[in-house]
Write a protein of this length. Sequence first.
Length: 365
Amino acid sequence: MLRRTVLLTFAGAALGGSLWQGAAHASEGRSPYGPLQPPDDVGLALPEGFTGRLVARSGHRVAGLAWHAAPDGGACFPDGDGWIYVSNSEIPLLGGASAIRFAHDGTVRDAYRILSGTNLNCAGGATPWRTWLSCEEAYRGRVFECDPYGSRPARPRLAMGRFKHEAAACDPDREVVYMTEDEKDGCFYRFRPTDWGDLTEGTLEVLCHGMVWKEVPSPAALVKATRHQVDDARHFNGGEGCHYADGVCYFTTKGDNRVWAYDAKASTLEPIYDADSPLSGVDNITGTASGELFVAEDGGNMEINVITPQRVAAPFLRLHGHSRSEITGPAFSPDGTRLYFSSQRGRRGILTDGHTFEVTGPFTI
């Protein structure tokens, strides 16, 4: 197969204060964080100056809570002088989500469930009003709005559609929530709530050819799947992670190994990564305030790669000894100094052996 080159193409979209302008091709390059060092005692190969630790493992106690199986999508939330990391559980019928509360120095204060009894909770997204949207990757899957602080019960947000949900990203500028769909002919959606900050009611729309959004007639999908209800809907091969920053929604498609950028202001859509290397099996995605994107691999050689505003794609970390797993749930602490993520199936390659890690170091913030 002819190897594709990294494509970072983008017209006039702001990314973390930097401009990615015009069409450009760039081969994989050197990471701004330097080369990876030999793996540490938990199997993490990191750049010099970074350290990693294992903070949770499926079936093992974390502050009294048995950590869930198959950890997947995650996000961080501020909590006084500390923070909270939320993680989904992608197992059938007993999925849900859990949270770990950290003190200012990174020590674990508490751990608890925020959602239980749901199905295949894969990815999701954080809202500006500090709730977690946990998405079911199942036939007629739902979105649940959860309280990461553990005070209020989770609630289904059925107006956001019943389909094989993957990830969600809030756009506070246009007051919409973008969503991906994990199907070979999945769609890219946006939900327009009637009142921003309240996801109970609203309109579900799908991106169509010609870069127009059209309303999905039946979000509940009782007769026909949402992705097949609008004739000129644009289809994507396996929608995965989703991240919004500075007017642009980035999302990944695993079927063609692409990272896309939807510029909401200019109403354009382009792949910013379209290659076989260094990223293979693009999945969850997050970013920093400086404009760097961090993309996790489903399989591949178990890396999280960084894509910089300077059009460089390179490995940031590699996890050794987890060859039958995938990397999930990358999320930065509110101050940007710690990165959390999981190995969904761990060293043994089974859902009950999930590992959740923390990496600390001099990230560009």
